[in-house]
Ligand binder design. Structure first.
Ligand code: PMV
Length: 314
């Protein structure tokens, strides 16, 4: 029987450590961030396909280029089903701000692929979900490591190495993660290209930095396993310093890192592509996390969230 409506959701993600280095084969750690969500709703409706989302409302065929990742996979999926691109509309509701390093583009792709498969009554394997979502990410980001797609599909803390099977890891830290939005759009693609240029033009200086980031990720994993939040905080600070050296931080991110660490954070760093987007900070207690959030808001943060990293984390 034909479906009238299909709804699917996907949650956001936070890269704890390892961004950028992960593009070069180093590991990264990412955790789901259920505080933010994407919901795709597909409704049967006669006529040409329409699309409504954060950036655009109108005919699907006239969607702007910035939505090319999404529109390409919708076309390809419908065509792979031997169905026609008509008689339905797509609405994407989002509490994940775009271009903030929270994985909004991957979450939009994951939710939309799931909704389309359901709407057309096709069984969806995890392999296909990854393939389509990463196809969209390639269009959006150029050369993605795949970490966003992997974490958003798996919804479990992940130790990720590009091209390797995903390794979920137990994550039961007695600590809180503060996430602060700079209000500035991140520039993942530009930042990834800039790092590549540095690697190509100055490999002797830059490759060791990438390897150091990889070592910090391994040390972070070890600290998480041992429950050593003080060491994890120091590792986050070190990772931020290297990311700054790689040119992917900016003034506001550096300022937020200093506000967080001056106000009791065990460590702080940018998260995701950088040059805008969000900063994360580690706090030993909920009260300290709330205090840090207050200070960050007073310092110009657009929004803050507190994520429980402990056993009762959803
Ligand atoms: O900005 P985000 O959340 O899409 O994260 C990008 C992470 C990078 O390591 C910079 C790029 C990648 O593809 O892994």
């Amino acid at each position: 029987m034909k479906k009238e409506t299909s709804i699917a959701t996907a949650i956001g993600k936070i890269i704890l450590i390892g961004e950028h280095a992960v593009v070069y084969g180093q590991p990264a750690l990412a955790i789901p961030f259920p505080e933010t969500k994407i919901k795709t709703i597909i409704n049967r409706e006669k006529g040409p396909v329409s699309l409504e989302c954060y950036f655009y409302k109108g005919l699907f065929s006239k969607a702007p280029d910035r939505l090319l990742g999404l529109t390409t996979i919708v076309r390809e999926i419908v065509s792979s089903f031997n169905e026609k691109l008509k008689d339905f509309n797509i609405t994407i509701e989002s509490s994940i701000l775009p271009e903030r390093g929270m994985g909004s583009s991957a979450a939009v792709a994951v939710a939309t692929v799931k909704a389309l498969y359901d709407f057309f009554n096709r069984p969806l394997t995890e392999e296909d979900l990854f393939k389509w979502s990463n196809m969209s990410e390639k269009i959006v980001h150029g050369n993605p490591s795949g970490i966003d797609t992997a974490i958003i599909i798996g919804e479990k803390p992940l130790y990720y190495v590009k091209g390797k099977p995903f390794i979920p890891f137990p994550f039961e830290l007695d600590a809180y993660l503060v996430v602060a939005d700079t209000g500035e759009l991140g520039e993942t693609q530009a930042a990834v290209s800039a790092v590549k240029k540095m690697v190509d033009s100055n490999p002797h200086k830059v490759k060791p930095l990438i390897r150091q980031l990889g070592n910090l990720t391994r040390a972070a994993m070890d600290s998480i396993e041992k429950g050593d939040i003080v060491r994890l905080g120091m590792i986050m600070n070190n990772a931020h310093a290297i990311l700054d050296e790689l040119g992917v931080s900016n003034e506001k991110l550096n300022y937020f890192v200093s506000v967080a660490t001056k106000n009791g954070a065990l460590g702080a760093k940018l998260t995701g592509g950088g040059r805008g987007g969000c900063m994360i900070a580690l706090a030993a207690s909920k009260e300290e996390a709330e205090f840090i959030c207050k200070k960050l808001i007073l310092s110009g943060a657009e929004n803050t969230w507190i994520s429980n990293m402990g056993v009762d984390r959803k």
